[in-house]
Design a protein around this ligand. Structure first.
Ligand code: NAD
Length: 289
């Protein structure tokens, strides 16, 4: 038994986010859509944002039809004004913002699929496409900066206006921030490593305002990343499954409990954490005996 504490909330009560609101970027598909569903299922009001406006419109309608409270906004995370507008509209609709997921991201490609592939001409650093580099950094790193910047702005305003103090920001990083995952292109790894350290600084700074910042670092999840390559190509999925120590790629529902932990008061003592959810990929890929 732990020491009895009079005001300590019950374990499950700490996961309760009913009455709160969350904004998710990149919510039309994959991991971002799972975050949005998770927030709605747990009772929060949610704004789904994405560059794919039709996609978030469709998914928000689906959530509303299922009895949840959801709205959508078209938002390209590389455009600071659009991100700022999305947060302002969210606050106007829901009276504040408690939770933000900086999730939108993509892989521009040209990684190496095997050690032999290291001479693949498109992936070589000395000829690597500057346009692809810029695009990857813009979305995967600068897009996260824009989202955390605007989330911090509206969450700081929570203080002192009669609204709940502080908030929780959750960034989608990658196991590629920790290990040299050569399958993804080199700017993706650089961007995600940057995301990890940007998250750590933001967490340190924003702790003074009661705002927690953490990152989820997924391993291989079945989503539409890379134009849905593993969904369209069963052989690629099987090859991936064999690389993962637990024996399979993850499905997006598996990220929801971790998202709720970090978003809710259950994670009240967690900030600055880069949490791996990767089926053991950081232990090294499974090698044939
Ligand atoms: P996904 O393609 O299924 O979803 C990504 C969403 O982001 C899409 O809806 C897309 O329209 C949106 N998007 C792309 N560019 C955007 C922009 N400029 N502004 C706003 N939205 C934009 O892919 P996913 O796998 O769900 O990716 C989500 C996050 O998870 C990304 O940050 C990705 O790097 C990260 N991640 C994915 C994996 C994986 O294996 N799937 C592994 C590690 C990290």
């Amino acid at each position: 038994m732990s020491d009895p504490q009079e005001d300590a909330p019950g374990t499950l009560d700490q996961f309760d986010i009913r009455g709160r609101s969350a904004l998710v970027t990149g919510a039309a598909s994959g991991i971002g859509l799972a975050y949005a569903e998770c927030m709605a299922e747990a009772g929060a009001k949610v704004t789904l944002t994405d560059i794919d406006a039709a996609g978030v419109q469709r998914e928000a309608a689906r959530l509303n039809d299922a009895g949840y409270e959801a709205r959508w906004a078209s938002c390209d995370v590389t455009d600071l004004l659009e991100v700022s507008q999305a947060f302002n509209d969210h606050v106007a609709a829901y009276g504040g913002c408690d939770i933000a997921f900086a999730n939108a991201g993509l892989d521009v490609g040209d990684g190496f699929w095997s050690p032999e592939d290291r001479r693949n001409p498109d992936g070589q650093i000395d000829v690597y496409s500057k346009a692809k580099w810029d695009k990857s950094i813009d979305i995967n790193l600068t897009g996260v900066f824009h989202t955390v910047r605007e989330a911090a702005r509206v969450m700081k305003a929570n203080e002192g206006n009669g609204y709940r103090r502080g908030g929780s920001i959750v960034i989608t990083s990658s196991n590629a921030a920790e290990v040299n995952e050569a399958i993804v292109g080199v700017p993706y790894m650089a961007a995600k490593a940057g995301v990890k350290h940007f998250m750590r600084h933001s967490a340190y700074e924003l702790a003074a305002f009661g705002i927690r910042v953490n990152a989820i670092a997924p391993g291989p999840f079945v989503t539409n990343i890379g134009d849905g390559w593993v969904k369209k190509n069963p052989a690629a999925k099987q090859a991936w499954d064999k690389l993962v120590p637990v024996g399979r790629m993850a499905e997006t529902y598996q990220i929801k409990p971790l998202a709720l932990l970090l978003a809710s008061d259950a994670g009240s003592y967690m900030t600055g954490a880069h949490v791996m959810i990767d089926g053991g990929m950081q232990l090294g890929p499974v090698k044939p005996i």
